[in-house]
Write a protein that binds this ligand. Structure first.
Ligand SMILES: Cc1cc2nc3c(=O)[nH]c(=O)nc-3n(C[C@H](O)[C@H](O)[C@H](O)COP(=O)(O)O)c2cc1C
Length: 208
């Protein structure tokens, strides 16, 4: 049983990191034998997609030369982490109404034809089925349905779509909103923690 914990905040003392750590702790309590794999995107330098990368992913894997294999090395490693995980928790701060660039760079490396998505006659078919995903966001403002700014949430709709595109359709969002200094932030964090403790236990039971 494996949990993949992904963090993408630039800040070391970050709300989303604190919350993914709480999730991992709760999950580990439920799974004393389980393994937590940590992938910190603030300290993993991911290259942008290049012409060489695109050519390599569209080549027959059996004919890749040494340079092409090297171009795909980090992508292969990140895809392997996803394939091996039963549960995935992603810490996603809101940056400029969307996701941090390192998280987008990670997505670019793991959306791979033949590895995480197939293009069938009926359209794209995600390969990474049967996994549970939890996305923990932290945001300065509030963007939930019913708020005046809900239409500016380019985080949850995008992440839901792209994760579903590679087969990760069982996705639960936990939002820690109003993370400006003050009482509201503390309250929102406490609410997120109580959801996390409940869900990390639930995830453990349904994946067992
Ligand atoms: C570069 C940057 C851009 C941000 N953009 C937004 C934004 O568009 N909307 C918002 O509500 N908060 C925004 N914030 C506030 C963060 O979402 C908030 O501080 C959150 O807690 C950051 O997550 P972290 O604590 O895990 O780093 C931004 C913060 C930074 C550093």
């Amino acid at each position: 049983m494996k949990l993949l914990r992904i963090d993408s905040s630039a800040r070391r003392n970050s709300v989303s990191r604190h919350l993914t750590a709480r999730f991992a702790e709760a999950w580990q309590q439920e799974h004393p034998e389980g393994e937590v794999i940590e992938r910190d995107l603030a300290t993993t330098t991911l290259p942008h997609i290049t012409d060489e990368w695109v050519q390599a992913v569209h080549s027959n894997p059996a004919t890749l030369n040494a340079d092409q294999k090297q171009v795909l090395e980090i992508s292969d490693a990140l895809v392997a982490e996803l394939v091996e995980a039963d549960t995935i928790v992603i810490g996603a701060p809101m940056y400029n109404f969307a996701i941090p660039a390192p998280l987008k760079a990670w997505i670019d490396q793991v959306v791979r034809v033949g590895k995480t998505v197939l293009f069938a006659a009926t359209g794209p078919q995600g390969i990474l089925t049967g996994k549970k995903v939890f996305v923990i966001t932290s945001r300065g403002g509030a963007f939930r349905p019913g708020t005046p700014t809900e239409r500016f949430d380019y985080q949850e709709p995008y992440l839901r779509h792209i994760l579903g595109f590679i087969g990760l359709t069982d996705v639960t969002f936990i939002h820690a909103e109003n993370q400006k200094p003050g009482a509201q932030a503390e309250l929102a964090k406490a609410e997120a923690i109580s959801q996390i403790e409940h869900l990390a236990g639930g995830a453990a039971h349904s994946a067992a």
